[in-house]
Design a protein around this ligand. Structure first.
Ligand SMILES: [Zn+2]
Length: 147
């Protein structure tokens, strides 16, 4: 019984061959962000590749048992994160990727819960775009004008 078998069994998931193969894809490369479609694509290399439906079901089961965090983007697919601790994300609009905001740049939000409720999580997604040409600094033009 390997560490993945223990990881699944310890949260109450029966470690079937298919779940173990998907867990291998998800958890063997450190923390990562992905969609079900990405995992389905990677799983095509398996001897018995799972259907997209099976991938979805497995990911949802892993979320419900605390092995994955689900991240919903309002105009995109559901993303999953192997880092289940609290942290914030950049969403790269041009490449459609998620990455973690470094802890030192993460916003600290202190939002009170409505009466009778409690805040269970605050999800922050900062949408960014790479490859934008840097704007000309207005001071550069000013210095040119002075010469
Ligand atoms: Zn993350």
């Amino acid at each position: 019984m390997g560490p993945l078998w223990v990881k699944l069994a310890s949260v109450g998931i029966r470690p079937t061959r298919q779940r173990l193969e998907l867990a291998e894809i998800l958890f063997s490369a450190g923390d990562r962000h992905f969609t079900a479609e990405m995992i389905h694509g990677e799983a095509r290399a398996l001897r018995y590749p799972p259907s997209l439906g099976t991938v979805y079901n497995t990911l949802n089961q892993f979320v419900q048992n605390g092995l994955l965090r689900e991240i919903a983007l309002y105009d995109s697919k559901v993303w999953y994160d192997t880092n289940i601790g609290p942290h914030c994300h950049y969403y790269w609009e041009d490449t459609e990727e998620l990455s973690d905001i470094p802890e030192e740049h993460a916003p600290t939000l202190n939002v009170p819960a409505p009466p009778g409720a409690k805040v269970t999580a605050i999800d922050v997604i900062v949408r960014v775009r790479a490859g934008v040409a840097p704007r000309e600094c207005p001071m550069a033009r000013f210095e040119l004008f002075l010469k």
